[in-house]
Design a protein around this ligand. Structure first.
Ligand SMILES: [Zn+2]
Length: 113
């Protein structure tokens, strides 16, 4: 499952940073996830608890910041909101769109001690 390996990747980052930033426990992880990142949030929350169990982030709170998908429309010459990658422009129906946001998938910040 994609979300499971995603969580393993997060744990790896947490462990690497623990030495560098000198913390022993992670209390909360804030993730920024774009609407186009292809992440199933339910599966992510489930995987997160399972993967963090017994680690330095055991029982850590997972906060998810959802970033909407945006695209630049050449016809309208402005940024519009889209729901998925190959959507037409909601305003003029053009397909000349370039995705500009919503692909984020990153750790925004951590609460540690
Ligand atoms: Zn448009």
């Amino acid at each position: 499952m994609h979300e499971m390996s995603l969580c393993e990747g997060i744990l790896q980052v947490l462990e690497e940073n623990a030495t560098r930033q000198d913390y022993r426990r992670v209390k909360a992880v804030r993730l920024e996830i774009g609407a186009l990142a292809g992440v199933e949030l339910e599966a992510l929350r489930f995987g997160f608890d399972a993967v963090m169990r017994g680690s330095l982030a055991d029982g850590a709170r997972l906060e998810i910041i959802e970033v909407p998908a945006t695209a630049w429309c050449m016809q309208c010459a402005q940024t519009v909101l889209v729901r998925q990658r190959f959507d037409a422009c909601p305003q003029c129906n053009s397909h000349q769109l370039q995705v500009t946001g919503g692909e984020e998938l990153r750790i925004k910040d951590l609460e540690v001690e």
